[in-house]
Design a binder for this molecule. Structure first.
Ligand SMILES: Cc1ncc(COP(=O)(O)O)c(C=O)c1O
Length: 399
C-alpha cells in the first residue's frame, strides 16, 4: 500500500553532512582508504573526569526520568557557566536542557514560528537551520554576505531584509561552515538595527570555546540588557568537550519561550538522558584544562590546513577565527575537466575528490554557497597532511 507522508516531512531533506559521513564510512567499511574531512565532531575522546562522572551516575542509580527541562543541578551549572564566561545572569526558569543543541533549536523554532513568519538566516549557514524553519511552516529568508567581509553580516544587508513578517534572526559565531566570528564592535553595529524591533535573536554559540589567537567570545545578549531580553542563547557540550554522542544542549532566555519549549519537550523526548546530564554538569563545573588543550591543537591544525590549501592552484582559503572548519573557495576550478567530465559545481568537485583523491569533503552548496567546499579539521594532523596532499595531486589533474 503506498504511504502518503505529511507535507511537512516531504518539505525537508536529510542532513547532508551526516549523509556524507555515512557515505565515507561505508566506503571505509569496504576497505577503501578514505580520508574524511566531513565530520562535524571533535576527534578527541571525552575527558576522563566527565566519563567518570557518568560512570558514577550509573553506579549511583541515577538512571530514572528527571525533570523534563533538565535537573536543577545541571541548570545551576549552566547558570554559573553563563555568568562566569559571558556575565549573563539567568534563573532556572529561563533554562531548558535538551538532547543536543540541534534539539534545542528544533524546540525553539517550533514554539516561535508559524506559517507566514520569516526567519533571517545568514549564508553560508549551518545545514539544519533552513530545514528546521521550514518544518514550522515559516519561511527561511537567506541573508547574503560577502567573502571580502569575512562572510559576516553587515548592518545594511540585515536592515534591507527586515519586514513586518520577520520573526527571528539566527546568528552563529564562530560559524559552521566558515569559522568566522564577530567582534564586539561588529555586533554593536548589528545591535543598532535590532534594538527596538520585536525580532527574536537566536544566538547559536555552540563553537564558543573554539576561538583562536586569543580572541574572546561575544554574542548579542552580552551587548546590552535590552538585547539580552530579545535573545535566546543556544549552546551545548558537544563541540567544546568532545561530547557529541552524549546529546546535551540547552537554551537560555525569555521565561515564556523556555516554558513553551519545555512543554513541547514533555510531549516528545521528555528529559535528556539522566546520565548524560550528570556528565554535562561535570563538563561545565569541572576543570577546563582539556578544553584549552583541544582548542590549541585545533589552532595548530587550522594554521597548517589554511596554508596548505592556499598553496594549491585554484584554491583560496580565508583564515577562520574559530570552530574547526575551513571553507575554501574553489570556484576558479569550475569549468575544468577530468576524463571528459566537467567539474562545474561544489557537488561535482566533492564527487571528483571522493573518487580521485579518496577524500571526503562537504559541498558548499549544502551551506548555500556553491563556490566553496567545507573541510573539517577535527581529524589528526597526519590525516590532514595526507588528505591535503591527495587533494593537491587530484586537482592537478583537472585540465
Ligand atoms: C552551528 C551548529 N549548531 C548546532 C549544532 C548541533 O550540535 P549538537 O546537537 O550536537 O549539540 C551543530 C552541530 O554540528 C552546529 O554545527
Amino acid at each position: 500500500m503506498p504511504v502518503e507522508l505529511s507535507k511537512r516531512i516531504k518539505a525537508i531533506k536529510p542532513s547532508p553532512t551526516l549523509a556524507i559521513t555515512a557515505k565515507a564510512n561505508a566506503l571505509k567499511a569496504q576497505g577503501v582508504d578514505i580520508i574524511g574531512f566531513g565530520a562535524g565532531e571533535p576527534d578527541f575522546d571525552t575527558p576522563a573526569n566527565i566519563k567518570q562522572a557518568a560512570i558514577g551516575a550509573i553506579n549511583g542509580g541515577f538512571t530514572r526520568y528527571t525533570a523534563v527541562g533538565g535537573t536543577d543541578a545541571l541548570k545551576d551549572a549552566i547558570i554559573s557557566k553563563l555568568n562566569r564566561d559571558s556575565v549573563l545572569s539567568y534563573r532556572r526558569e529561563q533554562i531548558c536542557v535538551s538532547c543536543g543543541a540541534k534539539h534545542s533549536l528544533y524546540n525553539l523554532f517550533q514554539v516561535l514560528c508559524e506559517e507566514g513568519d520569516e526567519v533571517i538566516i545568514p549564508v553560508p549557514y549551518w545545514v539544519s537551520y533552513p530545514d528546521l524553519v521550514t518544518l514550522t511552516g515559516a519561511r527561511p529568508v537567506i541573508l547574503s554576505t560577502a567573502e571580502e567581509d569575512g562572510f559576516k553580516v553587515t548592518p545594511q544587508n540585515l536592515e534591507a531584509l527586515i519586514t513586518s513578517k520577520t520573526k527571528a534572526l539566527v546568528l552563529n559565531s564562530p560559524s559552521n561552515p566558515t569559522g568566522c566570528a564577530y567582534t564586539d564592535e561588529e555586533l554593536r553595529a548589528l545591535a543598532r538595527v535590532l534594538i527596538g524591533t520585536d525580532i527574536q535573536i537566536i544566538s547559536d554559540d555552540i563553537y564558543e570555546k573554539l576561538l583562536y589567537d586569543g580572541a574572546h567570545f561575544c554574542n548579542l545578549a552580552m551587548i546590552s540588557e535590552t538585547l539580552k531580553n530579545q535573545t535566546i542563547v543556544v549552546n551545548g557540550v558537544s563541540k567544546a568537550y568532545a561530547m557529541t554522542g552524549w546529546r546535551i544542549g540547552y537554551a537560555a532566555g525569555n521565561e515564556e519561550i523556555i516554558s513553551a519549549m519545555t512543554k513541547l519537550q514533555s510531549q516528545n523526548t521528555s528529559n535528556p538522558t539522566s546520565i548524560a546530564q550528570v556528565a554535562a554538569q561535570e563538563a561545565l563545573n569541572g576543570s577546563q584544562d582539556e578544553v584549552y588543550r583541544m582548542r590549541d591543537e585545533f589552532q595548530n591544525r587550522r594554521n597548517y590546513i589554511v596554508k596548505a590549501l592556499n598553496a594549491i592552484d585554484g584554491v583560496s582559503c580565508l583564515l577562520p577565527a574559530g570552530a574547526f572548519y575551513v571553507f575554501p573557495n574553489v570556484s576558479r576550478l569550475y569549468g575544468k575537466s577530468f576524463n571528459g567530465k566537467e567539474v562545474n559545481s561544489s557537488a561535482a568537485l566533492t564527487e571528483f575528490l571522493l573518487t580521485e583523491a579518496k577524500v571526503a569533503v562537504v559541498p558548499g552548496g549544502e551551506f548555500g554557497s556553491d563556490h566553496h567546499i567545507r573541510l573539517s579539521y577535527a581529524t589528526s594532523m597526519e590525516n590532514i597532511e595526507k588528505g591535503v596532499a591527495r587533494i593537491k595531486e587530484a586537482l592537478g589533474k583537472l585540465r
